[in-house]
Design a protein around this ligand. Structure first.
Ligand SMILES: O=C(O)CCC(=O)C(=O)O
Length: 229
């Protein structure tokens, strides 16, 4: 099932405040490697603190071997599809997608881990896992996932590439957060962050986090959602 995406307007950003989410800091003055710097930055310290509590980025959530297992399962089916570029009104540009209910043991083990950290126990989940394959030239425009199809929590694994997810407050577009999503990390958006903020994945040429370029290559996301309450 394709979850309908509501396209909303993209906005520009202003001052930047950073907060650490499960990250390390060396205190060195030269730019930190991507995996050692704060993973969230935003338009104000308050926003980083308040909405930052409803977003999580867990670096190295899966190993290289586990990423390989997902790719082996997903690539044969994805390769049969063409990237979609020309739907002018689509919320996603340069993508192909699929969904999957049944997985091999290694992927199922990872998905169990995702579910146990992301969703409250007993929360009914959307059965199929959604797979989104973004071409290097692809990107996801700002949108809020339909409340008809998914509940309070969205959790996604990022395969093959680092990327930046931008959240922008729907009714106050000067309020925003950027999340740095390293390859093989898990992100979780909950509650306000999921309902009151648009989310988007930046295109390669806009992919800059705290002044540091984050090359956006082809990226596959594996997304789990719960059902509306
Ligand atoms: O690719 C991602 O991680 C984000 C996907 C997304 O925006 C969505 O499915 O609503």
């Amino acid at each position: 099932m394709k979850v309908p995406l509501t396209v909303l307007r993209r906005v520009q950003t202003a001052a930047v405040f950073s907060g650490h989410l499960r990250s390390l800091s060396s205190g060195a003055s030269r730019p930190l490697p991507l995996r050692d710097q704060a993973l969230i930055s935003g338009s104000s310290r308050e926003l980083v603190q308040i909405v930052g509590s409803q977003v999580e980025v867990r670096t190295a959530f899966i190993t290289e071997e586990e990423e390989g297992a997902f790719l082996r399962e997903l690539e044969p089916g994805l390769r049969k599809k063409r990237y979609e570029f020309d739907h002018w009104d689509d919320a996603i540009h340069g993508y192909r997608e699929t969904e999957r209910v049944t997985w091999g043991a290694s992927c199922e083990e990872v998905l169990k881990r995702v579910r146990s950290v992301a969703f409250p126990e007993g929360s009914p989940l959307l059965g199929p896992v959604h797979i989104l394959d973004l071409d290097k030239a692809g990107y996801i425009k700002p949108h809020i996932d339909s409340v008809k199809f998914c509940g309070s929590t969205i959790a996604g694994l990022s395969l093959l590439s680092d990327s930046i997810m931008r959240l922008v407050k729907e009714d106050a577009t000067s309020e925003w957060l950027d999340l740095l999503l390293p390859r093989r990390s898990l992100y979780i958006l909950r509650d306000q962050a999921r309902f009151n903020f648009t989310h988007e994945i930046l295109k390669d040429q806009d992919s800059v986090f705290n002044g540091q370029r984050v090359p956006r290559l082809r990226r596959i996301s594996v997304i789990c959602r719960n059902l509306p309450g």
